[in-house]
Write a protein that binds this ligand. Structure first.
Ligand SMILES: NC(=O)c1ccc[n+]([C@@H]2O[C@H](COP(=O)([O-])OP(=O)(O)OC[C@H]3O[C@@H](n4cnc5c(N)ncnc54)[C@H](O)[C@@H]3O)[C@@H](O)[C@H]2O)c1
Length: 330
């Protein structure tokens, strides 16, 4: 049995990971401060003897010390083969990307302290959730943008948006250094547009479109949506990637992995797909507002993770949207 310590556990990635891990016979200790989620996402596993939840803030020193002591107490009993820390806690959504102070404390300092805790308790592995935002405006290429490509970030004159990505990029360096110095194993993962059937946070594009279509038969989009294309990764597939990397010892070399699908869709076609699944013909689309420094495309090359693990995304966007619509109806 392994012990997993997961921050941001009620978020999209954390809750599904916990479900998969306890089902696999592992122990999970998770916490969240409910910044962008609620306890409902883990309701089905709250009573499971191998799952423990704490309402903790990654930036609260006392709470993190309590967590560290609990982990120590359990590991000292020697019943775990391996201790793995997974950092999912973050201030994530686009509305916060432009605000340096909102993201820095949690995404950079919180991650750094959580990594140091993992090292202090003698954890074997740390998984750092980074973001495809680090590709900034250089977000696509003929075969998708790869981890080995040079990153050309927008500078401060262009947009504050890149401050979020800059913070996440820094966490990749903390991760890499910890592995290079032999303190822990691990890697960073650059996710692109993860969605979930349980997500009700209307700032994300898929729930935004589905909720507006369902309630009003139409949707209001930013002007950017007239030209933007994106890929969308179902959270069952994003969690599958995290687990595949944890299981691939050689992959835990401190480096970075893109995790995404290559199923690109225009935002306008995404609205059509959502409408079709909701049984709405000719959905009304209006445009209001413009988002600065928003790349037209974000297409990641995922050859690296596919070469080092047997991970492949399994849920097509068509299936995933159908799952979201079904969940809304239930
Ligand atoms: N969802 C995406 O499209 C996406 C894209 C790129 C990267 N990521 C990264 O993946 C990771 C997981 O994201 P997710 O998709 O599960 O997002 P999410 O917002 O659903 O989950 C993040 C969780 O962190 C929690 N949190 C925020 N601040 C906290 C704090 N101070 N203390 C404790 N918990 C806190 C939130 O309440 C939330 O439950 C994050 O690091 C995120 O940056 C996600």
């Amino acid at each position: 049995m392994d012990l997993y310590v997961i921050s941001g556990v009620t978020g999209m990635t954390g809750n599904e990971l916990s479900r998969k891990l306890v089902a696999g016979g592992h122990r999970v200790i998770g916490f969240d401060n409910f910044f962008a989620s609620s306890i409902t996402t883990v309701e089905d596993i709250l009573e499971n003897q191998w799952f423990s939840f704490y309402e903790f803030d990654i930036n609260n020193r006392e709470q993190m010390e309590m967590l560290r002591d609990m982990v120590r107490e359990e590991t000292e009993m020697g019943r775990f083969d391996r201790v793995v820390y997974i950092n999912c806690a973050a201030v994530v959504h686009t509305e916060h990307f432009y605000h340096v102070n909102r993201t820095f404390e949690t995404n950079v300092l919180g991650m750094k302290a959580f990594l140091e805790q993992a090292e202090a308790v003698g954890a074997d592995t740390f998984i750092n959730c980074s973001t495809s935002e680090v590709y900034s405006m250089n977000s696509w290429g003929e075969h998708g943008v790869a981890e080995s490509d040079y990153i050309t970030m927008a500078n401060a004159e262009h947009s504050q948006r890149t401050s979020y990505a800059t913070g996440k990029l820094l966490t990749e360096f903390f991760m890499k250094e910890a592995v290079m110095e032999g303190r822990i194993k691990g890697c960073s993962i650059r996710f692109a547009n993860v969605y979930s059937k349980n997500e009700r946070y209307p700032k994300h594009i898929i729930p935004h479109i589905l909720i507006q279509l369902k309630e009003h038969g139409g949707v209001e989009l930013l002007e950017n949506s007239k030209v933007n294309y994106r890929t969308f990764l179902h959270n069952e597939d994003s969690c599958g990637a995290v687990i595949a990397l944890i299981q691939a010892e050689d992959a835990l070399d401190g480096s970075v992995y893109n995790v995404a699908t290559d199923e690109e869709i225009s935002i306008l076609d995404l609205v059509k797909l959502c409408a079709e699944k909701l049984g709405i013909e000719n959905p009304r689309i209006t445009f209001n507002g413009y988002r600065e420094s928003d790349p037209k495309r974000r297409l990641l090359n995922t050859d690296k993770i596919k070469a080092r693990t047997d991970w492949r995304p399994h849920i097509t966007l068509d299936q995933g949207i159908a799952m979201c619509v079904k969940e809304m109806a239930d």
